[in-house]
Design a protein around this ligand. Structure first.
Ligand SMILES: [Zn+2]
Length: 98
C-alpha cells in the first residue's frame, strides 16, 4: 500500500491534497502536503480565479493518531480576485473539511 493510500484511509479529510512526506518529529507525526488547486472562488464575490498570487504554509493540528499528536503542514495558494468591483484583492483557497 502506498503511503498516500494509507493516509487517505486513516485521514479521509486529506484525500483532496497531495501528500509529499510523512515523518515523525519527537512524539508528533507530521504530514507535509500541498493542494493541486488550479482555480478557486473568491469568498466575497464568488468569481472563480486562476491567477495565483503566492503560496504559504498552514499548520493544522489534528486529532491523535495511534495516541500521537498529528501536525499537518499544508501548502495552500493565494489567488487574485479578478473582479474589479470586489473589495477583496487576494484570497486564500479553502480546503473543505480542514
Ligand atoms: Zn472577489
Amino acid at each position: 500500500m502506498l503511503i498516500t493510500e494509507m493516509v487517505a484511509v486513516l485521514f479521509p479529510h486529506l484525500a483532496r491534497v497531495c501528500i509529499d512526506q510523512v515523518f515523525r518529529a519527537g512524539t508528533t507525526v507530521r504530514i507535509r502536503a500541498r493542494t493541486g488547486t488550479m482555480e478557486a472562488a473568491c469568498p466575497d464575490c464568488g468569481i472563480q480565479s486562476r491567477r495565483r498570487h503566492s503560496h504559504y504554509e498552514r499548520r493544522l493540528s489534528d486529532t491523535a493518531a495511534g495516541g500521537q499528536e498529528l501536525l499537518i503542514h499544508l501548502r495552500v495558494h493565494r489567488f487574485f480576485c479578478r473582479n474589479t468591483s470586489c473589495a477583496r484583492a487576494t484570497f486564500a483557497e479553502q480546503i473543505p473539511d480542514l
